[in-house]
Design a protein around this ligand. Sequence first.
Ligand SMILES: [Cu+2]
Length: 159
Amino acid sequence: MKPTISLLAILGLAVVFAGVASAAVPASGGASKHATLVIRHQLRGCHAWSVNGGVYKASQTVAIHRGGWVSVTNNDVMPHKLVQTSGPAVAFSRLTAGTGMGLKRTFAPALLGRMGAAAKISFSHAGVYKFTTKPGEDYMKGMKTIGADNVLKLTVVVG
Ligand SMILES: [Cu+2]
């Protein structure tokens, strides 16, 4: 009987280890090198953003490999300034200043001040980073929305 009991014990341990291994994989299906976010204007809540073409929501979470990056494109009808609220220091760089409506003056890379403006946030350290945006004035008058304006939030988990 003894060998059978130890075999059962080994099988039990194997199940435990398999459980630990699967728990270590993020629900999103794993980290990637980069993620692409797009901010859009919408009637309810004024704006929302999507990750890699997914559902538009106010709050998003992405998992990124160390050394990876997140890009944010602003297609809203108002500027959005990217603001980091926690985590190690990051570097913002401009992908494009945008070509459509928006600010006539020059602006820093973290300020997405024209329609189509895009910036890249690079992550060289592991950690949990949090961002929000500070919206500016509408580019044109008469934009109607329903409900309070969404506060855009982004959590980036870098491993
Ligand atoms: Cu908006």
